[in-house]
Design a protein around this ligand. Structure first.
Ligand SMILES: Cc1cc2nc3c(=O)[nH]c(=O)nc-3n(C[C@H](O)[C@H](O)[C@H](O)COP(=O)(O)OP(=O)(O)OC[C@H]3O[C@@H](n4cnc5c(N)ncnc54)[C@H](O)[C@@H]3O)c2cc1C
Length: 385
């Protein structure tokens, strides 16, 4: 018999699957090709409480464990990867504020974030500080009861439609190592906060990714996360574990969509007098695709379970992100091949999966960086005897 918690999890996943079938699949392709913001779908996700997915109930959220969270993300990404965008970094900042914020900050920000009235993002990357994020140049200079923020940020998802962000800025520009001089702030849009550009992208359409400019933007001291300077790097890197689980789960969802379309097509398309799924070359592709998806999903659950136990999971989240997203790109590419010429046409969704997959390899920390994180974790796990 199913335990109560398993039943709750199964019900949640089933309700998201229904939502995707009803609200997402019928419109995804049209919205994606028009690069149109999915306002109605976002509203539906608000109604479902998904903006509070990882916010504890005492602050108005669903308080899902990370395994259920990963299952939800898989379902959404299977419908359309872009709709996970409004949730992705939003849930990262919920995690950071909950884990490292003061009680006053939790009470002030989490209920609004959980309801979706506040919509969040992570303002971390800069034009010259992506992988090497400790080199960021945005500064926070003390001014009265707060700080003045000056600098610019690049690639910030949710920046146009969002209103509340976690920003990383230097409070000590001479710190050695440089990461020791970064602080995290919860910021709300206001004077001096400028969205200067929406970046036109290969895929991940419909959701905005922007460049920001801060010109003497004032942040009160009570918005410094945890009330302590120079701990921003640790706060944000811990938060990024949840981003990696999320990105890995997106990979599983996208790969599943590509596989499901491919196996349908392979049974309908005939060549040489039989369905192409009866040609051995296509069978091998399908078998490899499904195996990669299953393995990726198990890695995601393994990282999520460790995070649920309250342990650091850089190694597991890194492995999950690496394998699931590389698999997503491979599966999308194989799905396109299985579709033959049709795969290259906008009449089928497979060209979208093929354009969306590469983001997963870069976003949330590139897969080259994941390999560095994994190797570092392995050396720590296997010290010299
Ligand atoms: C669509 C999109 C949305 C995004 N959303 C956000 C967001 O909401 N918030 C945010 O803060 N950021 C966001 N990002 C930024 C993303 O996190 C960065 O693009 C990513 O971390 C890589 O940084 P970079 O682009 O500066 O590449 P670079 O750091 O310049 O890397 C270039 C190449 O060099 C490799 N490389 C770099 N250093 C090493 C090394 N030490 N060893 C081996 N290889 C290395 C990289 O893996 C990569 O292949 C987004 C990016 C995209 C494309």
């Amino acid at each position: 018999m199913m335990a109560d918690s398993d039943k709750i999890r199964a019900d949640i996943v089933a309700s998201i699957r229904q939502f995707v079938k009803r609200e997402v699949l019928p419109v995804a392709s049209e919205l994606e090709h028009a690069d149109a913001y999915p306002s109605q779908i976002v509203e539906g996700m608000k109604q479902l409480g998904l903006f509070g997915a990882n916010v504890p109930p005492e602050y108005g959220g669903l308080g899902l464990d990370y395994t259920t969270f990963a299952m939800v993300i898989e379902e959404l990404a299977r419908g359309w990867m872009s709709i996970v965008g409004p949730l992705g970094t939003h849930t990262v900042i919920c995690d950071i504020i909950h884990r490292f914020g003061t009680e006053e900050q939790r009470k002030r920000f989490l209920p609004g974030l959980a309801s979706g009235e506040r919509r969040g993002g992570l303002a971390l990357s800069e034009a010259d500080a992506g992988t090497d994020v400790q080199r960021l140049r945005t500064t926070a200079t003390p001014q009265g009861d707060g700080y003045l923020i000056n600098g610019s940020k690049m690639w910030i998802t949710n920046a146009r439609y969002g209103n509340t962000f976690v920003l990383a800025a230097k409070t000590d520009t001479s710190a050695d190592p440089p990461y020791a001089g970064s602080s995290g702030f919860v910021i709300e849009k206001g004077e001096g906060f400028h969205v200067t550009r929406d970046i036109d992208k290969l895929g991940y359409k419909g959701v905005e990714t922007c460049e920001l400019f801060f010109d003497n933007f004032y942040v009160p001291r009570e918005n410094l996360i945890g009330g302590q300077e120079n701990l921003g790097f640790k706060h944000i890197m811990t938060g990024l574990e949840s981003e990696r689980i999320n990105v890995a789960a997106r990979g599983v969802g996208l790969a599943r969509a590509a596989f499901e379309d491919a196996i349908q097509y392979a049974q309908q398309r005939h060549t040489f007098g039989k369905p192409i799924c009866e040609h051995q070359t296509i069978q091998i592709k399908l078998a490899d695709m499904a195996t990669k998806i299953e393995a990726a999903r198990l890695l995601v659950y393994s990282a999520a379970e460790k995070k649920d136990r309250g342990e650091r999971c850089d190694l597991e989240a890194g492995m999950a992100k690496l394998f699931a997203t590389e698999s997503a790109q491979e599966v999308a590419s194989e799905a396109l091949r299985i579709h033959g010429g049709a795969g290259y046409s906008k009449d089928f969704n497979v060209e979208r999966y093929y354009r969306d997959a590469p983001l997963l390899i870069v976003g949330g920390g590139t897969n080259e960086l994941q390999r560095l994180i994994i190797a570092k974790g392995l050396v720590a796990k296997y010290p010299i005897k």
